[in-house]
Design a protein around this ligand. Structure first.
Ligand code: ZN
Length: 232
């Protein structure tokens, strides 16, 4: 914590020092304020950078705060985002946990009505559904673009929806299964394009364009609504 002035309440931030970095960089996202600084930058230089951008930081933090969505209640009747629509939760107590989607109802059997237990069963259902959906769409999109199919894994990331590596593995956050199918397709195409270009160069974006002509609109849609996918 750092008190910036007598009046303003303290601004909390995470400091990340990076080798090779030359300037002080500020980023505000769901994790709050992150400051990237050169290894040797004195704290006074970092604090000056924060003070100089205090207005901008506070405006950005406010936007993030307004975009915070509380966790569902985990009671029967709660609505849960799923593939761009909503599922209504139905809960029954049973000896063995299970979950089944019937239309827009998610029927779960849980060992108790405790929020943590219901959440655990729902998350397991989301993870299973996500892996099936992501693997199938990756296969279809890669094949129609004439690319080999990479291996697909799940992550639990809350802000990094997809990533890939040089071993031709794609990781997608299971939380993305809450997004509309076309938004998920965009994230998959983005990662498929990275298999050819491990950067965000113009060549990379023209590959994205080839795989997903609607990428600009879908990326904006993801940035607009991705806070909804972080509520659990
Ligand atoms: Zn990327």
């Amino acid at each position: 914590m750092l008190a910036l002035s007598g009046e303003a309440p303290a601004l909390a931030y995470t400091l990340v020092r990076r080798r090779g970095r030359r300037s002080v960089g500020l980023r505000v996202d769901s994790a709050g304020l992150t400051v990237s600084a050169p290894l040797s930058a004195p704290l006074s230089r970092i604090e000056t950078a924060i003070v100089e951008s205090e207005g901008w930081i506070r405006r950005k933090l406010e936007v993030w705060l307004a975009r915070q969505v509380p966790e569902p209640s985990w009671d029967a009747g709660a609505t849960l985002p799923f593939l761009g629509a909503h599922l209504t939760l139905e809960v029954r107590i049973a000896g063995r946990a299970a979950a089944e989607k019937a239309g827009d109802v998610l029927r779960i059997r849980a060992r108790s009505l405790e929020a943590a237990e219901i959440r655990r069963v729902v998350e397991a259902f989301y993870r299973r559904s996500a892996l099936l959906h992501f693997a199938e769409r990756t296969f279809v999109l890669a094949r129609s673009a004439g690319l080999g199919t990479p291996r697909v894994f799940l992550s639990s990331a809350k802000s990094r929806w997809g990533s890939c590596n040089s071993r031709r593995e794609i990781r997608l956050s299971w939380r993305l299964i809450k997004a509309p199918p076309e938004v998920i397709d965009y994230v998959i195409c983005h990662e498929l394009a990275h298999l050819r270009h491990m950067n965000h160069s113009p060549a990379f974006w023209s590959e994205v364009e080839r795989l997903c002509p609607e990428h600009r609109r879908l990326r904006a849609q993801l940035e607009d609504s991705d806070h909804l996918y972080r509520s659990f």
